[in-house]
Write a protein that binds this ligand. Structure first.
Ligand code: UTP
Length: 289
């Protein structure tokens, strides 16, 4: 049983400056609901009971978001706005959420290392705070199910175009378990298309065994002068089998402008209260192009 999840949300989000100077990208609203709330809900839907969010000095608004806001509740209650009151209260009761600060933004690997005490000696889930997934089965549940089969670390992946490999960690398969599910030989961080061992890219969801922490503790800096999770996963393969699993859920990279915009459109046209108006606006815009 996978009971614990870690959501790293301490990065600078430089691709989204100037907004991320004060607004964490993990709180960017998809219409009206912050990205990280969807991610917390994804973890809960996969049976996760406890969540640790990694934050940083400038991201206290993430902690506030999952707390109660008594002043607002009193105001809504006084105006008898029961529906909004419920929405506000429900957020604070979503799950058992813990927070820890990553004191220096030394990379994703270093962010995960901050979760060592919380995780202990159990396998655990990692959901990147700026990667949103939508699917019939929650993305992290796909990995929980894959983990239950192989009882070893599983990395969530997605197929990318050859010319895009330089933007992702790319997996090198060793053995096919079945279509889209592989035991891995290696992972390469951001390879040029010519050097890429496959088009299977790491996609912001991981199921990891706790042995990763020993490797992260001793991990030297890698690409971008950051402590890379990918480098420690590569070392983990020397001791244990590591698998990749092609996620069926669709991914939106909220940390990128295009990914965020696509999520806004897709979510809006799926909502009964917005669908008609938004589709009409989009049609008119396209007509005017
Ligand atoms: P990204 O690779 O998107 O990095 O992190 P970033 O620094 O936040 O963003 P850019 O590239 O400068 O725009 C993936 C996830 O890991 C977290 C981020 O908050 C994001 O959710 N992260 C990254 C940390 O928690 N700590 C870090 O040191 C780096």
């Amino acid at each position: 049983m996978i009971k614990k999840a870690v959501i790293p949300a301490a990065g600078y989000g430089t691709r989204f400056l100037p907004a991320t100077k004060t607004i964490p990208k993990e709180l960017f609203p998809i219409i009206d609901t912050p990205t990280i709330q969807y991610i917390v809900e994804e973890a809960i839907a996969a049976g996760i009971e406890e969540i640790l969010i990694i934050t940083s000095a400038n991201k206290n608004s993430i902690i506030d978001y999952f707390d109660r806001n008594i002043e607002l509740e009193v105001q809504l209650s006084a105006k008898n706005r029961q529906e909004e009151l419920k929405i506000v209260k429900d957020v604070a009761n979503l799950a058992t959420i813990h927070f820890v600060r990553q004191k220096e933004q030394l990379g994703l690997g270093h962010a995960i290392l901050q979760a060592e005490t919380f995780v202990g000696k159990e396998p655990f889930a990692v959901l990147l705070g700026d990667d949103l997934f939508v699917g019939k089965i929650p993305a992290i549940k796909e990995l929980v199910l894959a983990y239950n089969e192989v009882k070893s670390s599983v990395i969530g992946t997605m197929k990318v175009k050859k010319e895009e490999t330089g933007r992702y960690g790319i997996c090198e398969p060793k053995k096919e378990i079945r279509t889209g599910f592989y035991e891995l030989k290696g992972v390469v961080e951001k390879p040029q298309p010519k050097e890429a061992p496959s088009q299977s890219a790491i996609a912001g969801r991981y199921l990891l065994t706790p042995e990763i922490f020993t490797l992260l503790r001793n991990q030297e800096k890698g690409v971008n002068n950051e402590i890379q999770l990918t480098d420690s996963i590569l070392k983990l393969m020397e001791y244990q089998a590591v698998y990749s699993y092609d996620l069926k859920a669709k991914r939106y990279d909220i940390g990128s402008r295009v990914g965020y915009f696509e999520a806004l459109i897709d979510f809006a046209i799926k909502r009964d209260d917005l669908k008609e108006e938004i589709i009409q606006i989009l049609k008119n815009k396209i007509k005017d192009l």
